[in-house]
Write a protein that binds this ligand. Structure first.
Ligand code: N01
Length: 540
């Protein structure tokens, strides 16, 4: 640490922002390679998304065994107790990694980075934090996840509500008790579905405000017995190896067969098998044309709809939760994994208000007033309204590049980011889970390691050539954007208003925020750049 007249300025090789999977992998890898590196983390603990999203029912939608790092054989001594672990157990996994790797000694908790300027004379980032401190680093590596900027819609009167109101991603660490309370949940995305399942059990009265039904899939949750754990351990090395070769970093991939080219009997037998196996298989291990060809997608939707409607007693409710005609193609808005979501609506204490037909007019002191003039009274309002996803984490920071302009201004008409890890005018800024990388399409720990290694290799290339500064070119950024647009264009993704396309935030430019070509192609693109002397980057 160097000291100037009035302030102490910490100097580092690498400053990582965020102590989720990507951040801690980056810290440990770079530390081993001899860099001076620290993480600044806004929360009080490690865990990234699992620190902030501690709402009732928060649970990972990836099978636990592959929701961990393959790195340093950490998995040999770790077991999740159920197939889909809850948030507190994922946090325990981070504590376990800390005990093994000694991470927290190099993490400054409760330290929110607010912005950074690039000092072109010293080729350093000058990073500011909310507590007023300044840090200088050669390389800045934001590992913000794709959901670090919660989105709260501008609902008139929101501040006037006298009860308890929280966004799911800003949930109080000491929890909120739903027991005996009248609860409202606004939003039926992944967060909404999970919190609804818990609130239905605990509250005296639950009202769900649904704008678009979630096309949720059966999770297939189960406890893992000692025999299961032993079998999982035997299979894990192969499953880890497979992860990098699949579209979404899981250990399964699309069936290389088109639903439109096979008989109805064969197609339905395939769907039944995927449904029985559970999880995201009905989405990401299904026929390869499902997310491209409307006819194929229609088959998947009809199968999903009929399965779900069979679980809902009231036909009117069934029509709202699983409409006869699909509102958007299946799977181009993220399906949730559920355990008892549809059965919850059969309970007398659970009500559904379709705000597409009867919008929220205002939040009042007592509750929520809908367009039909009814004021619904609540003790607790849960805002499960999502995130300014993928790009929002970066653009909320005051990051200023070489010409003094802000990153959010540079991206005001849309994101351009070479390989999804760098953008012109911002040298030595390398981001993980960033826009136009697999990000929200990828199992987190898989991409933490794969993209983490890309950062390691990029820094190694820079330093081995004696360079001080690496940055992508505007041309490379533009070409990458065009490549991403070209990949999403033939898919059905643009047909839904989803966070995948930035459509959930009013005024946000519409574009594919995640890399839609799958992990193998993404890795291949990085390999091509590397083989060509890191094409798309300039070094000085
Ligand atoms: O957010 P979302 P999320 N008035 O954007 C509604 C990951 N995740 O936090 O669909 C009323 O999906 C909105 O309605 P509509 C996962 O990748 C993972 O649930 O836009 N309603 C929608 O229903 C996920 O996809 C896990 O019509 C409004 C909801 O709010 C991503 O994070 C758990 C509204 C927002 O859904 C985001 O999920 C949780 C308004 N003005 C999250 N604005 C696990 O792995 C929005 N909505 C378990």
């Amino acid at each position: 640490m160097t000291t100037t007249a009035d302030t102490a300025v910490e100097e580092l090789d690498v400053l990582v922002i965020g102590a989720g999977f990507a951040g801690i992998y980056q810290l440990d890898r770079l530390r081993d390679l001899g860099y001076s590196v620290k993480i600044y983390e806004a929360g009080q603990e490690m865990g990234g998304i699992w620190y902030w999203n501690c709402y009732p029912g928060a649970r990972v939608d990836t099978e636990g065994p592959i929701y961990q790092l393959a790195y340093k054989d950490l998995w040999k001594e770790w077991e999740y107790s159920s197939l889909y672990p809850g948030w507190s157990e994922v946090r325990e996994y981070f504590q376990y990694m800390d005990r093994k790797l000694g991470l927290s000694k190099d993490i400054r908790f409760d330290t929110r980075v607010t912005g950074a300027d690039f000092d072109t004379e010293r080729n350093q980032w000058v990073v500011r934090t909310a507590d007023g401190s300044t840090t200088r680093c050669k390389y800045l590596v934001p590992c913000l996840g794709f959901a670090s900027k919660p989105y709260i819609p501008s609902l008139p009167g929101l501040d006037s509500f006298r009860g308890i109101c929280h966004h799911t991603a800003l949930w109080p660490q000491d929890g909120v008790d739903f027991t005996g309370k009248r609860v409202a949940v606004i939003g039926t995305g992944a967060s909404g579905v999970q919190v609804i399942q818990e609130a239905a059990k605990e509250s005296v009265d639950l009202t769900v405000f649904q704008r678009t039904p979630n096309l949720a899939l059966p999770m297939g949750q189960r406890r893992l017995a000692p025999d299961d754990q032993a079998e999982i351990k035997r299979g894990l090395p192969d499953r880890f190896d497979t992860r990098g070769d699949t579209f979404a970093g899981f250990d399964y991939d699309f069936i290389p067969q088109n639903a439109v080219e096979i008989s109805e009997e064969e197609r339905n037998a395939g769907y039944e098998e995927l449904w029985r196996k559970g999880g995201f298989r009905f989405w990401l291990a299904t026929y390869q044309d499902t997310l491209f060809v409307q006819e194929s997608n229609d088959y998947a939707y009809a199968f999903w709809r009929d399965k779900v409607r069979a679980r809902i007693n009231d036909p009117g409710l069934a029509e709202k939760l699983a409409p006869t005609q699909q509102l958007h193609p299946f799977g181009v808005k993220r399906p949730s994994l559920e355990q008892n979501y549809y059965e919850a609506y059969n309970q007398d204490n659970v009500h559904l208000i379709e705000i597409s037909a009867n919008p929220i007019d205002a939040i009042t002191e007592k509750g929520i007033k809908t367009r039909d003039g009814v004021e619904h009274e609540f003790d607790i309002i849960v805002l499960a309204t999502g995130f300014d996803s993928v790009s929002g984490g970066l653009t909320q920071l005051d990051l200023r590049g070489t010409d003094g302009s802000l990153l959010r201004d540079q991206w005001s008409n849309g994101v351009d980011a070479h390989l999804g890890i760098a953008t012109a005018n911002f040298p030595n800024l390398l981001f993980i889970y960033g826009p136009q990388s697999p990000s929200g399409f990828c199992n987190g720990p898989t991409c933490a390691e794969i993209q983490g290694e890309m950062i390691v290799e990029t820094l190694h290339h820079l330093l081995s050539g004696g360079g001080k500064r690496i940055e992508s070119t505007p041309e490379a950024d533009r070409q990458w954007s065009e490549h991403v647009s070209g990949l999403v264009e033939p898919t059905l993704f643009p047909k839904a208003k989803s966070w995948y396309m930035g459509a959930n935030i009013p005024g946000k430019p519409l574009q594919s925020l995640n890399y839609p070509g799958g992990l193998p192609q993404y890795r291949q693109k990085f390999a091509e750049s590397k083989e060509n002397d890191f094409a798309g980057f300039t070094i000085s």
